[in-house]
Design a protein around this ligand. Structure first.
Ligand code: GDP
Ligand code: IMO
Ligand code: MG
Length: 420
């Protein structure tokens, strides 16, 4: 069976920590979309590690990890990540597998990302500039290079042809990018990738499923960044919702069991685009400072706001989320009052539907004000020891989303999590 774990907001919900925590219940952790735009933080022996492409189960000896065909992989980031993980004594040759069909990001993808963003002016998406959009464009445009191609004798010819195509595109942006250094790094990183277990992943996974192995599919980004259902065009270039799992791993939908969604107790977004509950005042500042809301991949300050149950309900609906995990509850410890957005006024009309025209409409979030718990959650071990105000907040979330909150995370540490 396959359980799926998804971020339900605009990313950075704490997926890395939660996958690391849940990993003990699984045999395999699988990444099915996204790429080095992701930054999943976890702690190993009290040291912070940020994973970009490699699944967050990699520090558990018994677990196998797989990078699926739906991921776009940058060999340069990948090599650095491997070296950091290997410095902890992890044997990646034993526990990491990569689909031959995973597309790779080449240096000119990054150059195109930058040129495309610059050309957008004030309508910038705020991309991580890791080459994600251009790499997925080449995938669907049928020009891409896949990990399996690295092993073929015509790899260099394929690379040169794609690079040439990209240079032509860059000319249209009036950009001449010197990629000498990027290219050096790129070619120096390829042998690392070639030395890994590059496999026919669909057959490998089918075999595991037939052996009744338990798989956790680890989402990257969040539902509101989904290319179809997010706040388009301010989104990433993959399906971050449950639909991405089958196409990003090559497994049948009939194997999907639980869909677990992660939400922060408030909301953040990094980069451009609509964010109805964003706070531009000192409350937003307080959330950023207390929650240490700075990007794990780019270091950019994250925009902060109240939890948005209109967006959350929508995200749960799209993916059929049955289990919720709330992270960063501890960040609200000091707040006397907490706001929860339960509906929007869109151009003056009240609705609980997430609107199509979210980028253009005037959206006024309608809030329910709730009392905060004003104490540390360090001693909260279960529902009995949980502050009544937090239980109330959970009730409101469950009522709106119709999903059950099963865990509340109350700190960055591996064991700072409360089952309920
Ligand atoms: P991901 O992309 O969803 O894996 O999330 P990130 O790693 O980008 O960002 C989440 C940040 O919140 C990381 O710095 C985590 O260490 C931190 N974090 C996760 N859960 C909690 C929590 O319950 N409380 C606090 N204070 N921090 C948390
Ligand atoms: P994790 O997995 C938060 C955002 C970028 C930008 C938009 C498009 O750590 O939750 P892209 O690089 O894909 O072209 O950027 O999406 N974005 C993320 N925001 N967390 C992420 O990943 C993100 N990955 C992309 O900031 O607004
Ligand atoms: Mg992140």
């Amino acid at each position: 069976m396959v359980d799926v774990l998804l971020g339900l907001q605009w990313g950075d919900e704490g997926k890395g920590k939660i996958v690391d925590y849940l990993a003990k219940n699984y045999d395999i952790i699988a990444r099915f979309q996204g790429g080095p735009n992701a930054g999943h933080t976890l702690y190993v022996k009290d040291k912070k590690v940020v994973l970009h492409t490699i699944p967050s189960g990699v520090f558990h000896g018994h677990i196998q990890n797989i990078i699926g065909n739906g991921v776009v992989l940058d060999p340069v980031t990948f090599k650095k990540e491997c070296e950091e993980i290997e410095s902890y004594g992890v044997d990646l040759k034993k526990n990491l597998f990569i689909s031959q069909k995973t597309h790779i990001i080449i240096p000119t993808h990054r150059a195109l990302d930058k040129a495309s963003e610059n050309a957008k002016g004030s309508a910038k998406i705020g991309s991580t500039l890791k080459g994600i959009g251009p790499a997925y464009m080449d995938k669907t445009g049928r020009n891409g290079i896949r990990v399996g191609d690295l092993l073929a004798p015509d790899f260099h010819a394929k690379y040169d042809a794609l690079k040439e195509k990209h240079f032509q595109l860059l000319k249209q942006y009036d950009v001449v990018e010197d990629i000498t250094e990027w290219e050096k790094e790129f070619f120096a990183s390829l042998d690392k990738l070639r030395s890994m277990n590059i496999i026919n992943a669909e057959y490998w996974l089918d075999d595991k499923l037939k052996q009744n192995k338990k798989i956790l599919a680890e989402g990257a980004q969040g539902s509101m960044l989904d290319v179809d259902f997010g706040t388009y065009p301010y989104v990433t270039s993959s399906n971050t919702t449950v639909a991405g799992v089958c196409s990003g791993l090559g497994i049948s939908a009939k194997y999907i069991d639980r869909v677990i969604g992660i939400t922060k107790a408030y909301c953040t977004r990094v980069g451009g685009g609509p964010f109805p509950t964003e706070l531009h005042d000192e409350v937003g500042e307080q959330l950023r400072a207390t929650g240490n809301e700075f990007g794990a991949t780019t270091g950019r300050p994250r925009r902060c706001g109240w939890i948005d149950l209109v967006a959350l309900r929508y995200a749960c609906m799209i993916s059929g989320v049955d289990t919720l995990i709330m992270t960063k509850a501890d960040v609200l410890n000091e707040f006397e009052w907490i706001n929860v957005c339960t509906s929007y006024k869109v151009n003056g009309l009240e609705t609980t539907e997430f609107p199509y025209n979210v980028c253009d409409a005037e959206i006024e979030p309608q809030y329910t004000e709730m009392r905060g718990w004003r104490r540390s959650l360090d001693d909260t071990k279960d529902l009995l020891t949980m502050p009544a105000e937090l239980i109330k907040l959970i009730d409101v979330i469950e009522n709106h989303t119709k999903a059950r909150v099963k865990f509340v995370s109350n700190g960055v540490g591996r064991d700072q999590i409360v089952p309920i």
